[in-house]
Write a protein of this length. Sequence first.
Length: 256
Amino acid sequence: MQKEIIRELDHTYLVPEDIQIDETEYMLQMALRGRLPGILPLSITGKDGKRFLRADVTACTSIASRYKNVALTGSDLRKILSSVRDTAQKMPGLLMTAQDLLLDPECIFLGPGGDEVLLCYIPHLSGSEPCTIRILSEFILKHVDHSDQAAAGLAYDLYEQVSAESFLLPDLLSELLIRYGPDAEPSTGTGTQNSGETCWQSWQNRSPDNPSSYAPGSNPTADSRPRSAKEARAGTRAGGSPGPFPQDAFCLLYTS
């Protein structure tokens, strides 16, 4: 999905392009009328006879920018995934679906002060975009602090789990956050919990990319940017090199 940042005098907006909107639809009206916890404020604007959906990101920083050259710590990673889980859990009660959360790192923002994680909601996103949790999991995999065993284990396990054909997002994140939480016992690599090293071996065996850039204890920089949604769908990076996602990958992102 193509996105544009528009800066006005006193506001900054994220504008997803090529989004068809129905202003009478219930889900869109719910997002427009009130400040939903964990969701970026939405509004509709017009230009050249067209209507656009925009998210207010004033004084916010995307996690793609925040962690471009800084490793994701275990606490940072747990905060982001906890926020995604909590927001996804609340959506069915509003008659909305977690499928429509745009989990692209460029569209997940840290609010003013960096304490709140805010997600972008786009009605019917799931009908036009690939499973964006996979784009997020790849970003996390490349930017996590690989010297932190729990954080690395969480990143690799998340990537493995979202490669499944179907899963319940809140349940999956809850399980991983418990398994790799700050109070979890360190893994010895012999039990059911994978250590960062064990997960690294699994990644190394399956990745067609240069695996040495993701070795534990290193902070990958080469080819570490998140791919666009178009590249993710094609299983490629800029320049045509293959990415780690299978081209026929499909997942159901939904809540019970």
